[in-house]
Design a binder for this molecule. Structure first.
Ligand SMILES: [Zn+2]
Length: 257
């Protein structure tokens, strides 16, 4: 497939009628052709600073298991981070984990606006349109974001295999945390390794907040989902918890709507 013909916004199973919608903001480490002249470093593109390794595979298994729409931008977060507010300083990073991202050191206001218009805006518009359509059809919906995190950050090991990130609305996160905590071998991060204070809750807050949808952001440590066995096993575990949560949450939000 020619690069130019690849869509920047990917929607899988858009008409899935299960009660969940998945987003995977950091699914891809691709630098589309039109950004290659900026000189993104090849070695950085293979690391977690460019994308969330393993996250897309888990999101795809979940989308298939639960007949759910899945949205992801097919572009590296180093070009623009779709999980940041348009005015966030970390929307286009000039450094990540203490390392300079030279390709972004001199991004002009015009280039920033252009990346917003070509990637960030259509991605969020696609999610918005899907959620609006589901509301019109009165389809019960919960929004789930799938991410992965690096086992060691700035030299510090992270003990949690999984973290659940949430804001003021704890309906979904509490059920997921409780379900995960029934497995004694799991260390579950509660608003760890990130919390909304780190500006990482943009996509979920933007879309679930105004509609009052149950929602959570799931962060899986990327060494847990480095191969298909791990990806399937986490998708299975999460699908079971989501299926248990659904009648308690999604049905209730539907009834209240
Ligand atoms: Zn992420």
């Amino acid at each position: 497939m020619r690069d130019a013909s690849r869509n920047v916004v990917v929607v899988e199973n858009p008409d899935g009628s299960g009660p969940f919608v998945f987003v995977c903001d950091h699914a891809s480490n691709r630098i589309p052709e039109e950004y290659q002249s900026f000189g993104f470093a090849e070695d950085a593109l293979q690391t977690h600073i460019a994308w969330d390794p393993g996250a897309l595979a888990v999101a795809r298994f979940l989308s298939a298991k639960l007949d759910a729409p899945l949205f992801w931008p097919d572009v590296s977060r180093l070009v623009i981070d779709c999980n940041r507010a348009p005015d966030a300083s970390s929307l286009i990073v000039a450094e990540s984990e203490g390392r300079p991202v030279r390709a972004n050191r001199a991004v002009s206001e015009a280039e920033r606006s252009r990346r917003l218009a070509r990637i960030h805006t259509p991605y969020h518009a696609a999610i918005e349109a899907c959620l609006a359509r589901r509301q019109a059809l009165r389809l019960p919906t919960a929004l789930i974001a799938i991410h992965s995190f690096t086992p060691v950050y700035l030299g510090k090991p992270r003990p949690w295999q999984i973290g659940i990130v949430f804001g003021d609305d704890r309906r979904m996160s509490d059920l997921l945390i409780r379900g995960l905590q029934t497995e004694p071998a799991l260390s579950v991060g509660i608003n760890e390794p990130y919390s909304p204070a780190d500006q990482v809750y943009y996509t979920v807050a933007r879309h679930a907040g105004p509609l009052g949808l149950p929602a959570a952001m799931i962060e899986i440590r990327n060494d847990e989902i480095g191969d298909e066995v791990g990806q399937l096993s986490w998708a299975d575990r999460l699908a079971k918890l989501l299926v248990v949560a659904e009648p308690q949450l999604v049905g209730a939000s539907h009834a209240a709507a």
